[in-house]
Write a protein that binds this ligand. Sequence first.
Ligand SMILES: NC(=O)c1ccc[n+]([C@@H]2O[C@H](COP(=O)([O-])OP(=O)(O)OC[C@H]3O[C@@H](n4cnc5c(N)ncnc54)[C@H](O)[C@@H]3O)[C@@H](O)[C@H]2O)c1
Length: 252
Amino acid sequence: MNILVIGAGSIGSTLLRECEHIDRIRRCYVLDHHPEKLERLEDRYPKVVPVEDLDKTLKDTDLVVEAASQEAVKEFGPMALEAGADLMIMSVGALVDEDLRSELYSYDGDIYLPTGALCGIDAVYNASMADVEEVTLETTKPPTSLGLTDIDKRKVLFHGPAEEAVKLYPKNVNVAAILSLASIGFKKTKIKLVCDPDIDRNTHKITLKGAAGTITGISENVPSPDNPRTSYLAALSAAGAIKKICSDVKFI
Ligand SMILES: NC(=O)c1ccc[n+]([C@@H]2O[C@H](COP(=O)([O-])OP(=O)(O)OC[C@H]3O[C@@H](n4cnc5c(N)ncnc54)[C@H](O)[C@@H]3O)[C@@H](O)[C@H]2O)c1
């Protein structure tokens, strides 16, 4: 299997590191706005091949992994599926756009949405096949993560539908989108955003109440070493998703 990774940043480089250990992956094509990043990766990881001719590369690619930006989902998503590859999306917030979502979903190829910085999405997805009363994401961040300086005690910044949260707090868009898409949608999923000066990790607590019971998943995330805005768990979720695709025994 050959993959094409769009974005050689924090998620992309973690993914490429892990792909070196996955036997079924033969080649990892990589594309980035900053070619100097590719040189470093090429030196370190033998499977890495910088993209020279995108059309030619797509013909030799089984899975395109977007690990770049919402713009890159729009630019490369339809192109990847059109070329017959499957698509993994890390900038899941791009799928808030209903038109883009319908376009991408209309192709035959598979679309993979890793669980990112969240834990418990598997159970929430399964439980959403039965009746659901409510789904909530409570995200708590230190003031620095929210770009705030004047907060000296715990404060709820927002509590309402995901649809509104993604517009007011775009930095929280990926987790809100993953949970909404895996459960009851952007209109019904509720988001609570809390700023807390006494914590140093971004914490996400997801809760579902419904016919299957009550499900709670909490992740207290350590930042990625090379991008403090991205949780290390989110980068590992991309690598974990590829490992699942390539393994004979699948935890799904
Ligand atoms: N799903 C989740 O839970 C989750 C968590 C964290 C981050 N993300 C998202 O994943 C994406 C990547 O995160 P990261 O931490 O690796 O970011 P990063 O800034 O460390 O790396 C992104 C890389 O992509 C490149 N890039 C951006 N747009 C590009 C384009 N159109 N074409 C080619 N290269 C492009 C940049 O040059 C950069 O090297 C971001 O959009 C981020 O919002 C998702």
